[in-house]
Design a protein around this ligand. Structure first.
Ligand SMILES: *Cc1c(COP(=O)(O)O)cnc(C)c1O
Length: 379
């Protein structure tokens, strides 16, 4: 059972021994019976410490990533918080300057005052990384492709450099998913997901998960923070995410192939200044992307010719795409990123991020084409 399609359907998805139910039941009970001798024969005592639906989700994602254990959380953001809380005040963290904006805010506004020192660098530039590493550096965060500029970081080159200095590398694998990118094969120590995106896959459940290549003391501390703190997903949220995971490989491959079509069309469009997509040979790190990814993924960004107003006009004119944040669902979304990120964002004002869903790519292309033409004729 080593293929990801098989793992997605079977791992954590056992037949219920009590009823024979093929689809797992949802265990809403917060508490579990203790035997006369004081033991817990099923391994559960209280749902903050452990729950059958959460255990199933954790087993599934650990298997998909090829890790040894996973800890599921109520959001992708609190999954990252748990890693940061597992460090000590005074520790130094290196993060990409163009990573997901919410995590940048966590680092600056919550963990700065808490006592972490953070350097934001261009993670695609190994010289910058080499210079940023300090004796106090405990953690290096990699997000590849990055959100929303789709920059590609060479994971193996980063882990080689960072491990030589004794720090740990966490890779945010939310955008490519294990279907397209395997960070543990590139020696990453931890993987994080906003399962809100592709793992859940239907824009109907918030969640996050930390996966460990090995159960190190750092991961034990993350587990402690999860079970003592309790920022855990509800049983129904775990169940929904696990249901989404069953179709993860087919969804992600279809979305990646649709996105490739859309990107190739837009790359030649006169109203577009640039398409940021790792599946295009024009991408600045195309060779690394080809080596490290099994497809460009379902997310791409475009720089519209003109300024923020032109980009807003394109978003205003689409009919099939929905103007909304987030990504990874079945329904295609378009978003003007700079205006949702806080002031101080490095995202270009003419950037639109597209999350390609499962609609036919020809329909998505026709919709973008009419919106771009309208923008040009209105200008
Ligand atoms: C959405 C996202 C997060 C945060 O996840 P939430 O579930 O919204 O808290 C973290 N990293 C990346 C790359 C994301 O896209």
């Amino acid at each position: 059972m080593t293929h990801i399609e098989t793992l997605a359907v079977h791992e954590g998805q056992t037949i219920d021994p009590a009823t024979g139910a093929v689809t797992p039941p949802i265990s809403l009970s917060t508490t579990f019976e203790r035997q006369a001798d004081g033991s817990y024969p099923h391994g559960y005592d209280y749902t903050r410490s452990g729950n059958p639906n959460r255990a199933a989700l954790e087993a599934s994602v650990a298997a998909l990533e090829g890790g040894s254990a996973a800890a599921a959380f109520a959001s992708g953001s609190v999954a990252m918080m748990s890693i940061l809380q597992a460090l000590s005040p005074g520790a130094h963290v290196i993060a990409p300057g163009d990573m997901y904006f919410g995590i940048q805010r966590l680092l600056r506004e919550v963990f700065g005052p808490w006592g972490l020192a953070v350097s934001f660098i261009d993670m695609t530039n190994l010289d910058e990384l080499r210079q940023a590493l300090q004796p106090e550096t405990r953690l290096v965060i990699v997000e590849t492709p990055s959100n929303p500029q789709l920059k590609i970081t060479d994971i193996r080159a980063v882990t080689d450099l960072v491990h030589a200095s004794g720090a740990v590398v966490v890779v945010d694998n939310t955008i490519p998913t294990p279907v397209l990118q395997r960070p543990f094969l590139q020696a990453a120590d931890l993987i994080i997901h906003a399962s809100t995106k592709y793992l859940g896959g239907h824009s109907d459940v918030l969640g996050g998960i930390v996966v460990a290549r090995e159960e190190t003391p750092l991961f034990e501390q993350i587990r402690l923070i999860q079970t003592i703190g309790g920022a855990v997903p509800a049983p129904f949220d775990c169940w929904l995410t696990l249901r989404g995971i069953q179709t993860l490989p087919v969804r992600v491959r279809a979305q990646s192939s649709h996105a490739q079509h859309v990107a190739e069309f837009l790359a030649n469009h006169p109203a577009i200044e640039a398409v940021l997509y790792p599946g295009l040979p024009t991408h600045e790190a195309f060779e690394t992307a080809v080596r490290q990814m099994a497809g460009g993924g379902g997310l791409l960004s475009i720089l519209v010719r003109g300024d923020a107003e032109n980009a807003m006009a394109v978003a205003a004119n689409v009919q099939l795409f929905t103007r909304a944040t987030s990504f990874g669902g079945t329904h295609s979304l378009i978003e003007h990123r700079a205006s949702i990120e806080a002031p101080g964002t490095r995202t270009p004002p003419n950037l639109l991020r597209l999350s390609i869903g499962l609609e036919h790519p020809a329909d998505l292309i026709a919709d973008l084409d009419q919106a771009l033409r309208k923008m040009t004729s209105e200008a």
